[in-house]
Design a protein around this ligand. Structure first.
Ligand SMILES: CC(=O)N[C@H]1[C@@H](OP(=O)(O)OP(=O)(O)OC[C@H]2O[C@@H](n3ccc(=O)[nH]c3=O)[C@H](O)[C@@H]2O)O[C@H](CO)[C@@H](O)[C@@H]1O
Ligand SMILES: C=C(OP(=O)(O)O)C(=O)O
Length: 425
């Protein structure tokens, strides 16, 4: 059982090193399994629990994987895959398990999904994935507990997504890359991580056009080769550290962060009173005036990232006035509000909208992470709160943020990660 203990009141100053992107490395591990020969090398891999689960899952289907954690490097040899089964005990613990399906279909002719995990954010459908596989010629049997997808060779086809699903786009690009003929994917996702995955696949020999336009064309090839690729920086980790500076009225240098990748998040934080300045490759973030309230509507990239909606809700608690948040991507992403209210916040939720009445002084207490980003949002709340905050279910934070306590401590924060003996949490 992991928990985080935060003593608030310290102003954060110093340098934070932004990790490699969780939402890029997971599809890249899936992509590495498409290469039937040689060894793939992934660099700048974040040392997070989701990557450890992905390594276990790749090993479960027969790949040889070495995770050199201190070098943040993965070496993946997928020349012999032996099992199409994504076993429940691993696959249920993270979302990235769905990204193994295209490789299993191409390499073994079938994929058997015994469970799918990831943050509990309300409905998280996969119908666009399944419909896409079907249009490429696969058979999908959606059982109660197990999903069985079979294909005796995929064939390119016109595909579409009702909304630009992030993993849906990645999966259909991977499936199309080794399919016979041409596939066109309309309404594809534009997220920077999707583009990074396209860059890696292209290096592997895939023929993909239109990344970043919403309209992607893939000409199938006969084989993909193992390559070396450096994972892009994690814009969500960067956003969290920027908000940590903002909420404590501090100043931090973010090594590896890209302003461009923050999209609308950058402009919303600026409206709240946060200043950004690029110093070459280092992004300086500071806040030295009172926080202003904000209106935010989450959207796909370059809109305001839903994964930063929870941390922003915490920052809004300290703003001078009422902020308005409209969550448009997930239908159950406001569990944080109840936890913040336990700390003295005044957040009202109605359906997909929340109003944060600020400023409210926060006080430390025992709270629970309901998902990865509500967990990190509670760490931010703890930084601004009087006294001590204990955040339970810390495993959820470890799913997506590497060495969080050490990186926060380096900025002067009092954050400790604690482990007690009990079940995962
Ligand atoms: C591992 C990974 O990359 N996770 C990210 C990915 O999740 P993920 O790829 O699961 O998110 P999607 O973009 O697919 O889902 C967004 C919305 O579309 C709906 N939908 C999606 C697919 C589908 O087949 N049918 C359907 O209805 C979902 O229910 C959800 O409401 O993008 C999310 C939205 O930016 C981020 O919060 C997650 O951090
Ligand atoms: C929703 C998230 O992740 P996942 O899709 O892996 O559950 C997240 O990173 O906030």
């Amino acid at each position: 059982m992991v928990s985080y203990r935060v003593r608030g009141g310290n102003v954060l100053r110093g340098t934070a090193f932004i990790q490699g992107a969780k939402n890029a490395v997971l599809p890249m591990i899936g992509a590495a399994l498409l290469a039937a020969e040689g060894r793939t090398v992934l660099r700048n891999v974040p040392v997070i629990e989701d990557v450890r689960r992905a390594v276990e899952l790749a090993q479960a289907v027969g790949a040889k994987v070495e995770f050199h954690e201190s070098e943040r490097t993965l070496v993946i040899d997928a020349s012999r895959l032996t099992s199409p089964v994504l076993p429940a005990e691993i696959a249920r613990r993270f979302r990235g398990s769905v990204l193994f399906v295209p490789a299993l279909l191409h390499r073994l002719g079938e994929a058997i999904i015994e469970g799918i995990g990831g943050c509990n954010l309300g409905s998280r459908n996969l119908d666009f994935h399944y419909l896409g596989y079907k249009r490429l010629g696969a058979m999908v049997d959606e059982g109660e507990a197990v999903i069985h997808i079979k294909a005796g060779g995929l064939i390119g086809a016109p595909l579409y997504l009702d909304t630009p699903s992030h993993t849906g786009t990645e999966n259909l690009i991977m499936a199309a890359s080794l399919a016979r003929g041409t596939t066109v994917i309309e309404n594809a996702a534009l997220e920077p991580e999707v583009l990074d995955v396209i860059t890696m696949l292209t290096r592997m020999g895939a023929r993909i056009r239109g990344g970043g336009t919403g309209f992607i064309t893939v000409e199938g090839v006969d084989e993909l080769t193992a390559v070396e690729h450096t994972v892009m920086p994690d814009r969500l980790d960067a956003g969290v550290f920027a908000m940590a500076a903002a909420i404590t009225g501090g100043e931090v240098s973010l090594v590896g962060a890209s302003l461009e990748h923050l999209g609308v998040v950058r402009w919303k934080l600026e409206q709240m009173g946060v200043e950004f300045e690029n110093h070459g490759a280092v992004l300086q973030v500071r806040r030295n005036r009172p926080l202003r309230p904000i209106n935010v509507i989450t959207d796909t990239y370059p809109g305001f990232a839903t994964d930063l909606q929870s941390p922003l809700m915490t920052v809004a608690c300290l703003a001078e006035g009422s902020s308005y948040i409209h969550e448009r991507i997930f239908d159950g992403r406001f569990a944080l509000a109840g936890e913040l209210n336990k700390m003295g916040a005044n957040v009202e939720v109605e359906g997909s909208r929340a109003v944060v009445h600020g400023p409210t002084p926060l006080h430390g207490t025992e709270v629970t992470a309901h998902d990865l980003r509500s967990g990190i949002a509670l760490v931010l709340a703890g930084l601004a709160a009087e006294g001590e905050t204990t955040i339970g279910s810390g495993y959820l934070i470890d799913r997506g943020h590497a060495a969080l306590a050490q990186r926060m401590q380096a900025l002067g924060a009092d954050v400790v990660r604690e482990i007690s003996t009990s079940d995962e949490g």
